[in-house]
Design a binder for this molecule. Structure first.
Ligand code: ASP
Length: 309
């Protein structure tokens, strides 16, 4: 059995917003919880799930209690988790009313022969396992006039209004959550959980529940958790593309930089990544003004910042 030095990384989204002190504290607490699991010999999957679980619970990020709303006012959440030893993975998309979509994703991985469950059936599955309901959700409801709306968002809103002839709330928060970890056995894992992006048509699904796009984990290459505008991340299959470069011997820093540059040059996308190699090297990289993220190896205090140059 390999005895690796554990490490955990977590993020709270990439975008234009600065990290608030409450978010910084919450990210640090989440890293401490995840690392404690690794230190006690727990698996990378459980460390990733518990780290993301705390962020979902907090209501401070765009996941779980704080999840964004689609244009019809409904919170439909996406999450996925993957482990790198046997390449097992589970995901849920458009799940509603569940506090911890990341746990639903792990249960899909462990309790079914499937990888992805969607919509009301994903919700029913989570309810069958008695996962906690999403009550007292804190997601703010804003109207279009209150904040600047991008051209793409304006088109989506116009389309939705044309579809339903109704005006619905939106908000401009970016704060998807994710984590990657390496455990004592040398297994890596990756996860993500989100309420999506601004101004989404009802039914929109992003990169976060799509294995290879929002997350990927393979002990032979590494673990990646993405955040940013999912439409760009999906088109470049970013998590797997970064892992493929790691497998060819490229360092985490160079692999992340190359693939994020590709996102900018080919499709003007917007994203950030946590990238962890199986030997414990890692990088946090983003092409957005800020990315709320941090890491911990159990020494001193966790590092948490909102810029990783
Ligand atoms: N990637 C997520 C999505 O597109 C959003 C985010 O990371 O902020 O749904």
């Amino acid at each position: 059995m390999i005895s690796s030095r554990p490490v955990i990384l977590a993020h709270g989204g990439a975008g234009s917003k600065r990290l608030t002190p409450a978010q910084a504290t919450c990210l640090a607490d989440a890293l401490v919880i995840g690392y404690a699991i690794l230190e006690q010999g727990g698996s990378a999957v459980i460390a990733v799930e518990c780290t993301i679980g705390l962020l979902e619970q907090s209501g401070l990020f765009n996941a779980g209690r704080g999840a964004n709303r689609q244009l019809d006012g409904v919170q439909r959440m996406d999450a996925s988790i993957m482990e790198g030893e046997r390449l097992e993975a589970g995901a849920v998309a458009s799940i509603e009313g569940i506090l911890h979509p990341i746990t639903a994703a792990r249960l899909v991985m462990e309790e079914t022969d499937h990888v992805l469950l969607v919509g009301p059936q994903a919700t029913t599955f989570a309810q069958h396992y008695q996962l906690a309901p999403l009550s007292g959700a804190r997601s703010p409801r804003r109207h279009a006039g209150r904040s600047p709306v991008s051209a793409a968002a304006a088109r989506t809103i116009a389309l939705y209004r044309a579809m339903l002839k109704s005006k619905r709330p939106q908000k401009d928060l970016h704060g998807t959550v994710g984590a990657v970890a390496l455990d004592h056995c040398g297994t890596v894992a990756a996860g993500a959980s989100t309420g999506g992006v601004d101004s989404m048509l009802p039914g929109r699904v992003g990169d976060s529940p799509l294995i290879g796009c929002g997350v990927y984990a393979d002990n032979q290459s590494g673990a990646v958790s993405m955040t940013g505008i999912g439409e760009g991340i999906i088109r470049l299959v970013m998590a797997k593309t970064i892992c493929d470069r790691l497998a060819r011997g490229t360092s985490p820093a160079v692999a992340a930089r190359q693939v994020l540059r590709l996102l900018l040059s080919r499709i003007s996308g917007s994203a950030g990544a946590l990238v962890l190699a199986p030997d414990g090297r890692f990088v946090i990289r983003h092409v957005t003004p800020h990315m709320a993220a941090g890491w911990w190896k159990g020494i001193g205090r966790p590092t948490v910042r909102d810029r990783f140059p």
